[in-house]
Design a protein around this ligand. Sequence first.
Ligand code: GTP
Ligand code: MG
Length: 439
Amino acid sequence: MFDDLTSKLDRVFRNLRGVGKISESNIRDAMADVRRALLEADVNLQVSRDFLARVEEKALGQEVMKSLQPAQLFVKIVHDELVALLGEKEARMGTAKKPPTVIMVVGLQGSGKTTFCAKLARHFKAKGRRPLLIAADLQRPAAQDQLQVLGESIGVNVFRGESKNPVEVCEAGLRHARKISLDPVILDTAGRLHVDDELMNELDRVRKGTEPAEILFVADGMTGQDAVNSAKAFFERLSFSGVVLTKMDGDTRGGAALSIRAVTDVPIKFMSVGEKLDQLEPFHPDRVAGRILGRGDIVTLVERAQATLDETKAAELEAKLRKADFNLQDFLDQLKQLKKMGSLTDLLGMIPGMGARMKNVQVDERALKHTEALILSMTPFERERPQVLNASRRKRIAAGAGLSVQHVNRMIQQYDQMVTMMKQLRKAGPGQVKRVFGR
Ligand SMILES: Nc1nc2c(ncn2[C@@H]2O[C@H](COP(=O)(O)OP(=O)(O)OP(=O)(O)O)[C@@H](O)[C@H]2O)c(=O)[nH]1
Ligand SMILES: [Mg+2]
């Protein structure tokens, strides 16, 4: 997802880090590079202009140049503005005052409506609800069968009407849902290649007949600005309440994701990331921004560091997190620093590449004390060069700390794992993000 954009932005930030002392012209160069990256990602021109203006205002206003970590602060400004662009907070789904809640799904042909309807039904079913899918696409002969097959695969009822009129099918389906208490009711409507009056009139009639609490517009994330244009056209006729971005698993440049919210002012509610029915995610603007920046959630990590440690310590921590060749003394220091900031497992989860790997690594208080005792019983030489720790040295260290050789071995193993992950963090580029998030 966003691989290309991610690597371009990464290059901008790296360049900025590379210059010794940052000047206003460095910032302006960086802005120009960000601008190019956004345009190449097919972000709407006006959206991109407004975005850059806000970043520039903050970057020059917040005295990025005078800060201890100018490049880092610049990244944070870009991140915050990306989050704002993507919609700030996670948007909730509307519910009807009186059940069932009707969710009408609309969009262009092939955008992924039917697949999304099934995913959404699965999502609600997993939460203990009893959804009903209504096959209201009567345009294509196979459309109802497609929904039926998907519904059966997830054990969700699919309503197919006798009528040839989608409005009547929806109304009959709704009566059926009321009778046997199914909720929510998801309407899979027909798509067209282009927005036309016939389609819009039909959708409008369905809307009047079912009074949906939510109308979700499904936009093909692969199509960039085209998705934005069709969203605009749909919105004018059918003021929908939420956007769904599909095919975000593909090689999407990011244009649709970054522009659609700003252009329509409607929140993005879900993101589809594959053809399988469990590949649906509620849309979290902050996490998506983190992914675009190829950083897992390291921004939160740095913020937390800033809140807990002083600025110099935070800078040290950042540098060390990015440095793969740190020794056992650093290892101990980091464990102690990190401990101050909150649960270690939680923190490690924010580092790209760490979360999944650290699952089985126990970093509890007691282990921390052991680690400290073991490292203190080493000579400075051994702390600098853990590779010299042969059997007899390990035995001596264990005895010195009042622990067993197994403790030493386990500690070294953890250290090695951490070094490996630090290396991953260092090269955390787009490929990495893809691997970490599995898409
Ligand atoms: N890779 C990927 N493919 C998807 C995703 N969502 C849907 N698709 C595929 O896109 C194609 C079209 O999906 P449909 O759900 O049939 O789209 P639709 O909007 O209902 O199409 P019409 O009913 O013809 O208008 C199918 O081959 C889906 O498997 C996604 O998130 N990722
Ligand atoms: Mg369909």
